[in-house]
Design a protein around this ligand. Structure first.
Ligand SMILES: Cc1cc2nc3c(=O)[nH]c(=O)nc-3n(C[C@H](O)[C@H](O)[C@H](O)COP(=O)(O)OP(=O)(O)OC[C@H]3O[C@@H](n4cnc5c(N)ncnc54)[C@H](O)[C@@H]3O)c2cc1C
Length: 555
């Protein structure tokens, strides 16, 4: 039985009330993977922690990445060995601690005549990558000749192909990874409220600071008092810093990255590919995602509000043309695009920003304290969130001890599985919970996505068999997942469910609009949602608009 709803709308009132009470050791601003990681680490150390997020968990950059948990082969070219080593170490940990979210993925790196990375250089790079991972890649790499590369990827352009490397990295559902980290923080006792935007900020170096927080669902405000305030607002970080000091100099150099998703058989890729775009020599990806393939990414200067970022027609054409050049039979056009996503990279501005191209700007992170007392964490990657969070929590602990005589231990997140990580008896429990007649493919889908939560979702179907019906024909998602998203995964809107808990927003051409009414009705029936018939209609309209914004105009 799933029991009482937790991490849900039903619990939000209690969480909101708690925000305004007492003094927290730590307030985290931002519920992306970085902020969620900091909150989880700090609460694990026994600290009193609150986190506020303006939109949804992972609603910012953390659900708009290339979905790779990787060392970043191309950073080897920038000689960023420290970054690659750290990322490869974290890749190994995440494969162990969240096997339901992070999966090994074979990559082909094809080499063409005239490429700056010839076969010899690639061989050296591959060995370096293995060495930096301490030989812990999911599988050892293999160098291939021209025919070997074509055997691995038969639809690849053979013209000028000299060979390639087959190697392994990992892929993740970025939104669900972020959600798991946030849920870990919540389950350990952090107060966590979404649709809660910081609108005023008065941090302090010597005493507790304050943040004015607006509940954008219920139009009300509260003040949070905290000894340390961490700004983990990703690409919004400079805006948060400016709330505390309007004269502060910006530290970020934000760039936009776009992906497009198409049906996999249109491209015909069997594996993931990392390659150089024939258009401008930039390193790009073609990545498999179930029955679909996504292509990314662009990297262009972006200074607007990260909340407004969308893929432009030029971005989409560049990605399609780059993929068509190495998969010439694909002949992808605008009308083949199911969906797009665009994210803003919270990169740190280098000293001499103008001397570096966007792609060469460092992905490394930095933790610093502003003169106002605000502690900032910015930069980094999804892959390295855990180590960044541990370092930030160390900095928080040091301030608490020095200034406030609050002592805390260390929390070894490197050894603690993320919520949902399957246990020894998970498969057996799922088989027992599955009512007769449930499609074994549904059981497999739930186990693969939810790990140890799968039996609870199957129990929902046992109680109400209608919840076992698919949301959209031909896709594995069932109605019970919507109930689970509302009761256990803090989903508060249609977009939370269809875009970030499930992937229907991206994976079907209509963005799951055909299921929007069913989903809205299931959500409206959940405790604490408070949706009436008029709100359901408005919500469907809002969702349709979000879908429209991520689809290119058809030719
Ligand atoms: C196109 C692209 C591809 C990428 N691919 C990869 C990849 O494959 N692998 C990898 O490891 N990394 C990748 N990255 C990098 C990675 O996605 C980011 O480094 C990471 O997600 C940043 O997380 P964050 O928590 O710092 O920021 P965010 O996820 O943006 O979180 C910040 C949060 O702060 C919230 N916020 C803003 N203002 C306020 C406020 N006033 N009050 C409360 N909350 C507020 C926002 O709503 C947001 O949710 C990619 C990035 C991009 C853009």
């Amino acid at each position: 039985m799933q029991g009482e709803p937790r991490f849900s709308a039903a619990d939000r009132e209690r969480q909101w009330e708690a925000l305004g009470q007492g003094t927290y050791d730590l307030l985290v601003i931002g519920g992306g993977v970085t902020g969620a990681g900091v909150a989880r680490d700090a609460v694990g150390r026994g600290l009193k922690v609150a986190l506020v997020e303006a939109s949804d968990i992972g609603g910012g950059t953390s659900s708009r990445s290339s979905r790779l948990v990787h060392g970043g082969l191309r950073y080897l070219e920038n000689l960023d060995f420290g970054l690659v080593f750290e990322a490869l170490r974290e890749r190994g940990r995440l494969l162990e601690l969240a096997p339901h979210l992070v999966r090994p993925l074979p990559f082909l790196f094809p080499v063409y005549e005239g490429d700056p990375t010839g076969l010899l250089k690639l061989t050296a790079g591959m060995w370096l990558y293995e060495v930096l991972s301490l030989f812990r890649a999911p599988k050892r790499h293999r160098m291939l000749g021209r025919s070997g590369a074509l055997e691995v990827e038969p639809r690849l352009s053979p013209e000028g192909l000299t060979g390639g490397a087959l190697y392994y990295d990992a892929q993740v559902d970025d939104a669900r990874l972020t959600l798991a980290v946030a849920r870990g923080a919540y389950e350990a006792g952090a107060i966590l409220v979404t649709r809660a935007r910081v609108v005023g900020l008065a941090p302090s170096v010597t005493a507790a600071g304050r943040a004015e927080v607006e509940d954008t669902l219920r139009q009300r405000r509260t003040t949070v008092t905290a000894r340390v305030i961490v700004n983990a607002a990703g690409p919004w970080s400079d805006r948060i810093r400016a709330l505390a000091d309007p004269g502060v100099s910006p530290r970020l150099r934000t760039t936009k990255g776009v992906h497009v998703l198409v049906e996999r058989e249109r491209v015909g890729n069997r594996n993931a590919l990392i390659f150089r775009s024939r258009l401008d020599g930039r390193v790009m990806f073609v990545l498999p995602w179930g029955g679909t393939t996504y292509i990314g990414t662009t990297d262009t200067e972006y200074s607007g509000d990260p909340a407004d970022v969308v893929a432009g027609e030029e971005d989409i054409r560049y990605l399609l043309d780059s993929a068509n050049a190495i998969f010439p039979e694909a002949k992808l056009e605008m009308r083949d695009v199911f969906s797009t996503w665009a994210g803003v990279r919270p990169l740190l501005a280098p000293e001499a920003a103008e001397q570096l191209s966007e792609s060469a700007t460092s992905r490394e992170h930095e933790i610093w304290r502003d003169p106002t007392g605000l502690l900032n964490i910015a930069g980094g990657k999804l892959t390295t969130y855990r180590s960044m969070a541990a370092e930030t929590a160390d900095a928080v602990a040091a301030i608490l001890e020095e200034r406030f005589e609050v002592r805390s231990g260390r929390y070894y997140t490197e050894y603690v599985p993320l919520p949902g990580a399957p246990e020894e008896d998970t498969e057996e429990a799922a088989r027992r919970a599955a009512p007769a007649g449930v499609d074994p493919a549904v059981v497999a889908h739930l186990l693969a996505r939810y790990g140890s939560d799968a039996p609870g979702i199957l129990e929902l179907i046992a109680e109400d068999p209608a919840l076992g019906r698919p949301l959209v024909p031909g896709r594995p998602y069932v109605r019970a997942e919507v109930v689970h998203a509302a009761r256990r995964e803090l989903a508060l809107t249609l977009e939370d469910v269809l875009r970030r808990r499930l992937q229907l927003f991206y994976e079907v051409a209509d963005g799951g609009l055909s299921a929007a009414r069913d989903v809205a009705e299931i959500l409206a029936a959940q405790q604490g949602m408070g949706w009436d018939a008029a709100f359901v209609e408005e919500e469907i309209q809002r969702y349709a608009e979000a879908v429209r914004r991520t689809r290119p105009a058809r030719d």
